[in-house]
Design a protein around this ligand. Structure first.
Ligand SMILES: [Zn+2]
Length: 466
């Protein structure tokens, strides 16, 4: 069979149908408390959802659905919880035969096989408006490491590459994915943390060929590194984790001009929130053909970011994803909070890989981290949109994020247009109350339109403007 990145549509569809069936029937539906109760609340059986077309009919869910009251302990319900008898019922043939064989001869080995598949041993943190742990089993870590070897192919790296990561030391899926990728690809990786001094001393110690920078603050950090004369002349790839927005990308590209004696390529890498696999831009494209995904290990779809329903013709869209083959924390049609212009299915025109690619991806755009006058606050625009849509006292609305001219803090302004005969003050109070319930925050201001007009502009969607 062709390799993972050159399967024909037919081969890929067959492989994914089988993987969706296994993931839903043998892992998620029987063993995840959250998905089990969600399916039953929706009146669906596991079989209804266990195909690509069935999956597409499943309403997308995100962190707010898992933790409706804002308490992150709800995320435990996403983790598969299998007992030994459940494992025997649902493990695939070869794994089960191996395990049963060992059970007779070496009981400890048997337990090891069962636990490698089902027992969470490793956690990273995710979440946008809240923060919750994401669990991996040992077999998940194997999948992530093997995917890392593919990541190296997409980035055009080899085992000869030496990576220095200037990402802050954090227990994030991206940090974990990079470290397992280096392991999977047999490349040395140094992760001294995000402090300039430590990064400089590491760069002066090894001939780094890959420098990993955060999208936010990456340009400043690189500026510092070039200013102090850190050893960067061996660097061939600047890998930006985020992914960078166009402004951050061009700022980093400008700072790269200060690297003496080298002309590295700038490529982006990204793990969507809650996920564990790193998407990357291919080296051949220089970053112009979007983030490449892994079609046999995930289903990447798009929805309307305002309504959470099937996307219409016009983007931008919210990225939703279903993991195939990962256990631990299991995601089906997960709302990532990322906004994309499109997910293209055709072969990449630069590298020829037949893998879906997310274009113009803006990470976490639907849950911006705001610095309000009252303090820092993550604003879940999806929850805000859901509180504003379909109300009898609001005909139309806009949410505008801007900066206060007075003191430079962020402002979240909600403009509403009430129908005739509705008292303005009543609408303002009711809207503020419902926003607090749905999104756990109050807007800076609710502005009731008295002339029938609402602000317009270009934004994340028709009504969520920035
Ligand atoms: Zn490509």
């Amino acid at each position: 069979m062709a390799s993972w990145d050159s399967l024909t549509t037919r081969q890929l569809t067959a492989q994914r149908e089988a993987a969706v069936r296994t993931q839903v029937l043998d892992a998620v539906a029987p063993f995840s408390p959250f998905w089990r109760s969600r399916l039953s609340a929706l009146g669906r059986t596991a079989k209804d959802v266990a195909s690509l077309s069935g999956l597409r009919e499943l309403p997308a869910a995100g962190e707010r659905d898992v933790c409706p009251d804002g308490n992150p302990s709800g995320a435990a319900g996403l983790v598969l919880q299998a007992k030994e008898s459940g494992y025997a019922l649902h493990a695939d043939g070869p794994a089960l035969r191996k395990a049963l064989g060992r059970r007779l001869t070496k009981p400890d080995d048997y337990r090891e096989i069962v636990e490698a598949d089902t027992r969470p041993t490793s956690y990273v943190y995710a979440g946008q408006a809240l923060r919750f742990p994401v669990a991996s089993t040992r077999s998940d870590l194997d999948v992530v490491a093997r995917t890392g070897a593919r990541l190296w192919q997409v980035l055009g790296l080899s085992r000869a590459d030496i990576v220095v990561s200037a990402l802050p030391a954090a227990s994030s899926a991206l940090v974990q994915a990079l470290s397992l990728a280096a392991l999977g690809a047999s490349s040395p990786l140094f992760a001294p943390g995000g402090q300039v001094e430590q990064v400089v001393s590491t760069l002066n110690m090894v001939d780094a060929t890959v420098l990993v920078l955060p999208a936010v603050g990456g340009a400043d950090l690189l500026g510092h590194l070039t200013d102090v004369g850190a050893a960067l002349s061996s660097v061939t790839t600047v890998l930006v984790a985020g992914p960078p927005d166009p402004h951050e990308r061009s700022a980093i590209a400008d700072a790269m001009a200060g690297i003496r004696g080298a002309r590295p390529v700038l490529l982006a890498v990204h793990v969507p929130d809650g996920h564990r696999l790193p998407w990357a831009e291919c080296r051949e494209s220089g970053g112009s053909t979007g983030l490449h995904t892994y079609p046999d290990l995930e289903v990447v779809e798009t929805i309307d970011p305002e309504t959470g329903e099937q996307a219409g013709q016009e983007g931008p869209y919210e990225v939703v994803l279903t993991q195939l083959g990962l256990r631990g924390t299991a995601l089906l049609r997960w709302r990532t909070g990322d906004v994309t212009d499109a997910v293209e299915e055709e072969a990449c025109r630069s590298c020829g890989r037949t893998v879906p690619r997310a274009l113009g991806l803006h990470g976490g755009a639907l849950v911006p981290q705001l610095m309000l006058r009252t303090g820092p606050q993550a604003a879940d625009l999806r929850a805000i949109a859901s509180a504003l849509s379909g109300r009898p006292d609001v005909t139309d609305w806009r949410v505008v994020i801007g900066r206060s001219v007075r003191d430079g803090t962020d402002e979240l302004l909600v403009h509403v247009l009430p129908p005739d005969g509705v008292e303005q003050a009543d609408v303002a109070v009711a809207v503020a109350r419902d926003l607090r319930l749905a999104a756990g925050m109050l807007p800076s201001q609710v502005i009731v339109s008295d002339d029938g007009r609402l602000p317009d502009g270009t934004g994340l969607s028709q009504r969520l403007l920035t």
